[in-house]
Design a protein around this ligand. Structure first.
Ligand code: NAP
Length: 251
């Protein structure tokens, strides 16, 4: 197990209003983090999020970032790294979409994929290279348990997360030995604004539980983190369930 120096002094969040990211930032500020960059689409919510972290004593900045505008990622991320070392980048942006609606609206479905997958490919490559150039750091990617196997009920979101997850694993292998640590986090359903109004799912967890798991994963240098941990064997079993049976399961 690594010591406390595995925890970042400086943090860049891509998706700065994410409930999970803000819980993680709060936890890391209570440990060791002093500087936080919240990157996101400019909004009152983004400024309020920055204010809430400043109240904890951190030096917090906001900066514009749009996952759906890959041409801007180099300059958006580069601007932050130009200000000083970034010990951890947390890729937290993502949209759930509305499966029933999006199946009938392919343009909206493509926005889900474009945000969760292609936006992350671009931002991930930019952040990975910036960390590699710097010579150290962690790149933590919020994937999802849903990435393990797409479900009838949300296969647009699930497939975008499966793509993100595979990409992040590959990036982790590409950066192995460079001083950059890539960690893929796979939460089950988490109670945040993104899931508000949805019926409670089995294994539902909290942003604070994800934050705790992220801290532990950083200390251990983990490559994959499930939240809760008990999801891992369950999803492994589901992954190997025959299609004919799987499509009839109420998952
Ligand atoms: N909540 C869950 O049940 C759950 C479970 C597993 C995995 N995850 C994943 O964990 C991550 C964080 O989830 P969360 O529940 O904390 O999310 P959340 O509170 O709904 O926040 C989502 C974040 O994504 C940002 N975002 C969406 N589209 C964007 C774009 N085009 N450009 C930049 N930012 C964009 C949002 O920014 P705006 O403020 O601009 O909208 C917001 O900061 C997501 O990737 C999600 O898929 C969530």
């Amino acid at each position: 197990m690594k010591d406390a120096t595995a925890l970042p002094q400086s943090l860049l969040v891509l998706g700065g209003t994410s409930g999970i990211a803000l819980a993680t930032a709060r936890r890391l500020i209570a440990r060791r983090t002093r500087t936080v960059w919240l990157a996101g689409r400019p909004s009152v919510a983004l400024e309020n999020a920055a204010g809430s972290l400043r109240a904890l004593g951190a030096d917090v900045h906001t900066t514009a970032f749009d996952a759906l505008d890959p041409e801007s990622h180099e300059s958006a991320v580069g601007k932050v790294f130009a200000q000083g070392p970034v010990d951890m980048v947390l890729l937290a942006f993502g949209v759930l979409g509305d499966q029933a609606h999006d199946e009938r609206d392919p343009v909206r479905a493509a926005r889900v994929a474009g945000t969760n997958y292609t936006g992350a490919v671009s931002a991930g490559l930019v952040a990975g290279r910036a960390l590699q150039t710097q010579g150290h750091g962690s790149f933590v990617v919020l994937s999802a348990a849903a990435a393990e196997r797409a479900r009838r009920a949300d296969f647009i979101y699930g497939s975008s997360k499966a793509g993100l997850d595979a990409f992040a694993q590959g990036l982790g292998d590409a950066l192995y030995g460079t001083g950059v640590h890539v960690m893929v986090v796979r939460p089950g359903s988490v109670r945040t604004s993104g899931t508000a109004g949805r019926p409670p799912a089995p294994f539902t967890t909290t942003p604070e539980a994800v934050a705790k798991a992220v801290e532990l994963g950083l200390r251990r240098g983990s490559e994959t983190v499930w939240v809760p941990g008990s999801l891992r064997p369950v999803l492994s079993a589901l992954r190997h369930t025959p299609r004919a049976l799987y499509r009839r399961l109420p998952v």
